[in-house]
Design a protein around this ligand. Sequence first.
Ligand SMILES: [Fe+2]
Length: 284
Amino acid sequence: MILISVLLLSAAFLFLWMHKVEVHDFRISRHGIHLRKTTERPLSVLHLSDIHFAGPNPAMARFFEKLAAETFDLIVLTGDIIDCAEGVPLAVKTLSQLKCRHGFFAVFGNHDYYDYRIVDALLHNFPGQPQPKNSNPTEELKVSLEGAGIVVLRNETREINIEGTAILIHGLDDPTTGRANIRKTLENYDAGKINFLLTHSIDAFYDIGENEIDLSFSGHSHGGQVRLPLIGPLLTHTMMGRDYAAGIVQVKGAVCSVSRGIGYGRVLPFRLLCPPEAVVLTVN
Ligand SMILES: [Fe+2]
């Protein structure tokens, strides 16, 4: 009887921790990145991913106020911006307070296209399943973000110049729902310039050549979202393996920032040993 009580109490504590505490334990992960090509000066890049805006979230709002206290050279957002239609105005209000000198660029992820209900979210863990039947207002999201000065890239490239350093920002549409066209996205690739790639999933690298990209930004994995002690994440949503689910990794000559993400799908509101993060890179 005592053993059962202890087990039930432990399970209740673990549930509360995962659902109430860790999902709000927002971190800023800072990394220094050295590229093969040189920049005129170190660049600060804020990498956001998988925010899953859905409804009011005071703890997340406070975290964004903290991020808004810094000014970055560049901000990139790698998809799953919203979780449902209610997230659109919240996304615009929250993201528009962030400050950058040379541009804010975004690509879409699977949740920007589809509103995942519980069955969709569970089936999503198995390959070959149909897409969810409920859509999200993707075009409204794009127009709203662009009205706030955030450039949404869908298989296209923009060039920026930061005090003499030319950077091509290639933005791939969502690879996880079959919308990515890597050859179209990279048709303006220029080996003489610095090439950044924004892609919701790092799995896009299966279709990318060696040394084609200098620095890439991804999410989608949520770092596994739930990591077991000594075992690690059970589900990572990347075919590259668990070592590529989060952090700074190398693929085909590219340095890749893979974010654990800031939010979660609202039907799976848990995190364990995998706190939400915004990534700040100092690139030179
Ligand atoms: Fe996500």
